[in-house]
Design a protein around this ligand. Structure first.
Ligand code: COA
Length: 259
């Protein structure tokens, strides 16, 4: 495996670090290959219960698709290029484990799209978000035109995708793109602490929460409520449900096993 993405583990959390700081962690083909492989490893590893994605160095989470690679695309290659990135990012979004982006600097173009494919985004105060593809004469291709309006609303999404300007972390927080903002030197510790807290919760219930919330974006209220009731019933059949409610009634803390 190439070393453009690093995988480490801490307290039930897998940390994926994009590792091209000299190129502001631009997402080239090697990064997508490594990211895809490490996502699969983290998802399959039973000791991992939550995933954090971040960038190495003090400046960037990821400054976008690698423009040096991108600029050789013709119409056919461009479509494949977009579909590949979309497939890798979908593996994060559809993961059975919660995924948090720790956005430690520029999250532009594909970097912003990668962050948006994660379930939550925690950012450092110096982070900057944007879809600047329009300035290169193209459009977002890794999900930006679809996930951005779902997160911030259509009007703001038009402004960002058409204007191509960056927004700072606090503004990204205000418009709902970012969940939390931390000082730069606290971001990763705080994100991993939150991820570790999730890792201690009932894994099957976490997965069912992810599934239910994802369905809300894809279906009608009626169908969504139906799916929620089905998932609720399924989770009521788990040992962890019994453990969680027994522990509450016995005034002790619960110990979940994932069964
Ligand atoms: N693809 C390829 N290389 C990139 C890159 C990208 N998306 N973003 C940055 N880099 C490279 C630069 O070419 C430079 O490489 P070099 O040192 O070999 O010349 C290095 O990363 C540092 O970037 P630099 O532009 O010198 O840093 P800066 O602090 O002056 O500017 C940015 C930072 C983020 C404003 C600027 O790099 C930028 O605009 N990047 C492109 C963002 C973008 O359009 N993303 C969408 C792509 S579809």
């Amino acid at each position: 495996m190439n070393d453009t993405v690093l995988l480490s583990r801490e307290d039930g959390v897998a940390i994926l670090t994009i590792n091209r700081p000299d190129k502001l962690n631009a997402l080239n083909s090697d990064v997508l290959t490594a990211l895809e492989a490490h996502i699969a490893t983290a998802v399959e590893d039973r000791s991992v219960r939550c995933i954090v994605v971040t960038g190495s160095g003090p400046k960037a989470f990821a400054a976008g698709a690698d423009i040096a690679e991108l600029h050789t695309n013709d119409a056919y290659a461009g479509r494949l290029f977009a579909e590949r990135g979309q497939r890798v990012f979908a593996a994060l979004e559809r993961s059975a484990k919660p995924v948090i982006a720790a956005v430690n600097g520029f999250a532009l173009g594909g970097g912003c799209e990668l962050a948006m494919a994660c379930h939550m985004r925690f950012a450092s105060e110096n982070a900057k978000f944007g879809q600047p593809e329009i300035n290169l004469g193209i459009i977002p291709g890794y999900g930006g035109t679809q996930r951005l309006p779902r997160l911030v609303g259509i009007a703001k999404a038009y402004e960002l995708v058409l204007g191509g300007e960056m927004v700072a972390a606090q503004e990204a927080h205000r418009i709902g793109l970012v969940n939390r903002v931390y000082p730069q030197d606290e971001l990763l510790t705080a994100t991993v602490a939150f991820a570790s807290a999730l890792a201690a919760k009932a894994p099957l219930a976490l997965t069912a929460c992810l599934e239910a919330v994802q369905i809300s974006g894809d279906t009608s209220l009626l169908e969504g409520l139906h799916a929620e009731a089905n998932l609720f019933g399924r989770i009521c059949g788990t040992e962890d449900f019994k453990e969680g409610t027994d522990a509450f009634l016995a005034k002790r803390s619960a110990s979940f096993t994932g069964k």
